[in-house]
Design a protein around this ligand. Structure first.
Ligand code: FAS
Ligand code: PHB
Length: 396
């Protein structure tokens, strides 16, 4: 754990202990680069979050490189395709045949557990329940990170700062007004998600488009299912009994799946808002943004966690090159390189969201366009190949 005194020093100060911060600290540690990670919440709080479930092949490889892939390789479920459904009729997109790849189903919660276990094994310096984190002199050669912990003020002298503190973090705010540009779309609906100790309704995911709204059938393992239905923004999770949720899910998914559906008590029920957001640039001086701190995607394309992984890959490679070869080309091109992949994932996530959800202000023409897009996807190998290559993950 970090020293009790007010002053520490490290090579890379990392703000945020979600997947981006933990994975970056692990990869740098294996390279002999010293880090201190600051996390606002307790470890239990971070480990209690239920979030993503689909890992792209690039994320899977990076986790293995970081030495945290062994449980994923045993408990993860490989998916060679997914189902889409139009008005209760399903059809399959074959990732393997069309794009030569697959995805791994392994919950972000489990992945975070694995990362913490690996950090503990290497006696990483992680400080939980910090507050008042602030970055000083980010655009100098000697940045500093100040924070409060257990009633004491602390300062970390460092060489670089990685802002991995998510959408509501402080890092992005340290990019000066006039330098920072933000691009955003907020969607007029949310996803009501339920986790239940029931067998998944299908061997692969089902993304369902229906007049009543979008629905998604996912899973965490053969005994743990994750389901979502699109709901209006003004609804609350408490407005929905389990029975009402299951009835609405049945109305929206393929008829055969609705008949097979095994329902049970929800062990988690929450509503996630949907937003597309990108902050440019992802670097200011020696501050580098990673993951949700720099961008948010609607979960329809299963890209959020995976974009955090590709940002981490680029920043890890850039810092490795700096420390091993005294070459800053990777650092100087980090923002441009990361954003090139971010914007392609933003496009895919926005396209999937537009295609599969009912928009309150949709005109009849819009609805016909949506139906034509879905029918084209159902009937076209070219369209399905495009979806497949984006879903399994574009190359790094
Ligand atoms: P995270 O937000 O995971 O982590 C940031 C960390 O920084 C947090 O632990 C936070 O406590 C900490 N922090 C914040 N401010 C701080 C400060 N000032 N000081 C120190 N620490 C601070 N993605 C998918 O692909 N599929 C999904 O189904 C999906 N569902 C989601 C549901 C919800 C409700 C949310 C919010 C996101 C979801 N996502 C999903 C996206 C999600 O998985 C993110 O992409 C992923 O967590 C990104 O990881 P990080 O960038 O590490 O950010
Ligand atoms: C999930 O299992 O939580 C999940 C899967 C795919 C998505 C979004 C969420 O696109």
């Amino acid at each position: 754990m970090a020293k009790a005194s007010g002053k520490s020093r490290t090579q890379v100060a990392i703000i945020g202990g979600g997947p981006a911060g933990l994975l970056l600290s692990q990869l740098l540690h294996l390279d002999g680069v010293d880090t201190i990670l600051l996390e606002r919440r307790s470890r239990d709080y971070v480990l209690g979050r239920i979030r993503a479930g689909v890992l792209e092949r690039g994320t899977v490889e990076l986790l293995r490189t970081a030495g945290v892939g062994s449980r994923m390789d045993v408990e993860g479920i490989n998916h060679d395709g997914t189902y889409l459904a139009i008005a209760n009729e399903g059809f399959r997109i074959d990732f393997k045949r069309l794009a030569g790849g697959s995805v791994m189903i392994y919950g972000q919660t489990e992945l975070t557990h694995d990362l913490y276990d690996a950090r503990d094994a290497l006696e990483a310096r992680i400080v939980h329940e910090v507050d008042d984190v602030r970055i000083e002199c980010a655009d100098s050669a000697r940045p500093r990170v100040g924070y409060r912990h257990a009633g004491n003020d602390h300062v970390i002298d460092c060489e670089f700062v990685a802002g991995c503190d998510g959408f509501h973090g402080v890092s992005r705010k340290h990019i000066p007004v006039g330098v920072l540009r933000e691009f955003e779309r907020v969607y007029p609906f949310g996803w009501l998600g339920v986790l239940s100790r029931t067998p998944p309704v299908s061997d692969e995911l089902i993304y369902a488009s229906h007049e009543r709204g979008f629905a998604l059938c996912s899973m965490r393992n053969p005994k743990l299912s994750r389901y979502y239905i699109q709901v209006p923004l003004d609804e609350k999770a408490d407005d929905w009994s389990d029975g009402a949720f299951w009835d609405e899910l049945r109305r929206r998914i393929p008829h055969d799946a609705a008949e097979r559906l095994v329902t049970g008590e929800s062990i988690e029920k929450s509503i996630a808002p949907l937003r597309s957001h990108v902050a440019e640039p992802m670097r200011h001086g020696r501050l580098f943004l990673c993951g949700d701190a720099a961008h948010i995607v609607p979960p329809t394309g299963a890209k959020g966690l995976n974009l955090a992984a590709s940002d981490v890959y680029y920043l890890w490679q850039a810092l490795r090159r700096h420390y091993r070869e005294r070459d800053d080309h990777g650092l100087d091109t980090y923002s441009e390189t990361a954003l090139a992949r971010v914007w392609k994932a933003e496009r895919f996530s926005w396209t999937m969201t537009k295609l599969l959800h009912r928009f309150p202000d949709q005109s009849d023409f819009d609805r016909r366009m949506q139906q034509a897009e879905l029918e084209y996807l159902r009937s076209s190998t070219a369209a399905q190949t495009s979806l497949a290559e984006n879903y399994i993950g574009l190359p790094y």
